[in-house]
Design a protein around this ligand. Structure first.
Ligand code: 3PG
Length: 208
């Protein structure tokens, strides 16, 4: 089983990125890297997501690109075949988790309850995505989970912004946060790579 700690240590923020047009993939990834963020969770929420994933994996090697929104074993296989170097799911089922763990890349399964954390721990993983972080209870909830289960490290995602990220990053059980705010749809549509570079550099400066 590949260790996911290295994935969580790349950047204080993992950008959660959705790309419609594959032609945007490389300039968007370069803008993030130029801003100091060298990791992307590319969501499989668009038809062309795997094409974009492959482009980033081959043309922007300084970016650690992973696939997010993995809902099925088939998507996990296809993402790794396209070059995903880690896998993220919004939640877990026993079948999805075991098929992701059979692949030779780090896996960040999504959890939102203490029981789900314990179920993933039983499979030998102690790094997880906490999703949807804001609606599920925010920093207070994560802090409370840390009392009985202090050794799990989380990447909370969902409803986090540059302003609220520090509330999560100061917690001992938070390794990094995830969010889509670094690549706003309007900036991508306008091909405003300079704006994305600025958003990335703000995120890269967050302390943890
Ligand atoms: C995810 O899949 O992690 C979320 O869609 C990202 O949430 P956000 O858009 O609220 O940052």
């Amino acid at each position: 089983m590949a260790d996911a700690s290295a994935v969580l240590n790349v950047s204080p923020v993992i950008p959660v990125v959705t790309i419609d047009e594959p032609q945007d993939a490389v300039p968007l990834a370069r803008a993030l890297a130029d801003g100091g963020v060298k990791i992307i969770e590319l969501t499989l929420r668009t038809e062309s997501a795997l094409t974009s994933l492959k482009l980033i994996a081959t043309e922007v090697p300084e970016i650690l690109v992973g696939a997010g929104t993995i809902l099925t074993p088939a998507q996990a296989d296809a993402a790794v075949a396209a070059g995903a170097r880690f896998l993220v799911s919004p939640g877990v089922t026993p079948a999805l988790l075991s098929s992701m763990l059979a692949l030779d890349v780090p896996v960040l399964p999504g959890v939102a309850t203490v029981g789900e954390v314990m179920a993933v721990l039983e499979q030998g993983l102690d790094t997880m995505k906490f999703f949807p972080a804001g609606p599920a209870g925010g920093p207070g909830y994560l802090s409370a989970i840390g009392a009985p289960i202090p050794h799990v490290r989380f990447c909370p995602t969902g409803g986090i912004s540059l302003a609220t990220a520090p509330d999560y990053l100061k917690l001992p059980n938070v390794a990094c946060v995830g969010g889509s705010w670094l690549t706003p749809a309007a900036a991508v549509a306008a091909k405003d790579w300079a704006r994305i570079r600025v958003l990335a550099s703000e995120a890269a400066r967050l302390g943890r």
